[in-house]
Design a protein around this ligand. Structure first.
Ligand code: FMN
Length: 186
């Protein structure tokens, strides 16, 4: 049977529903964003698409900083919780019992409980119809040593990351195949 045409929608996934840390001290907040993308390698850059009505939007715009924290599949509740409640009404670090840690950025906190974190400095932004797209340099990357091997490579069996596609959360299981495996000599 051929594929059936559906209402036009973005079915690009699985993507990580990233926990984005922003703000400083009592203004610290976390917003879940699925619309985070890789856009440049040197310097390493990503985009984050945020609706202007989010509490985090103006914080990121004002401070020019945010962190990207990836959750494990067993942390789906954190991604959902931080993406369905607003920092206008609660301190999400306190509510979800999360620890804010700071690295090289002056303001935006990372989340200690997430296995992977990146610190990002906003370089430019583009205001589209529904979302503001922040283009940011990734200035530092951190990985929990509990999920890496002796060479610092991530063990994706020990670190089953959370995925998201078409409104549903997914577990990600490794295939144990590395890039280029089809052309590597045996
Ligand atoms: C899985 C998931 C993905 C989301 N992705 C985005 C996104 O890419 N952009 C966005 O503006 N909001 C997104 N949201 C909605 C915000 O996370 C949500 O409105 C949040 O409560 C805003 O928090 P804040 O008001 O504290 O900033 C997502 C929510 C969930 C649960």
């Amino acid at each position: 049977m051929p594929k059936q045409k559906q209402p036009t929608q973005i079915l690009l996934g699985p993507v990580p529903p990233a926990l984005i840390g922003c703000g400083k001290d009592e203004e610290s907040n976390i917003i879940t964003l699925a619309w985070v993308g890789v856009v440049n390698s040197s310097p390493p850059m990503i985009t984050a698409a945020v609706r202007p009505n989010r509490y985090s939007h103006d914080i990121i715009r004002k401070t020019g900083e945010f962190t990207v924290n990836l959750a494990r599949a067993d942390q789906a509740g954190l991604a959902d919780g931080c993406g369905t409640r607003s920092g206008r009404d609660m301190d999400k670090f306190e509510h979800f019992n999360l620890t804010a840690v700071r690295g090289t950025l002056r303001q935006a906190p990372m989340i200690e409980e997430c296995p992977i974190s990146m610190e990002c400095r906003v370089e430019r932004l583009v205001e589209l119809e529904s979302h503001t797209v922040f283009f940011a340099n990734v200035v530092a990357t951190y990985v929990d040593p509990a999920v890496t091997d002796e060479k610092g490579r991530i063990d994706f069996e020990r670190c089953r990351l959370l995925g998201f596609c078409a409104g549903s959360y997914l577990d990600t299981a490794p295939l144990n195949l590395s890039i280029g495996y089809t052309v590597k000599e045996k």
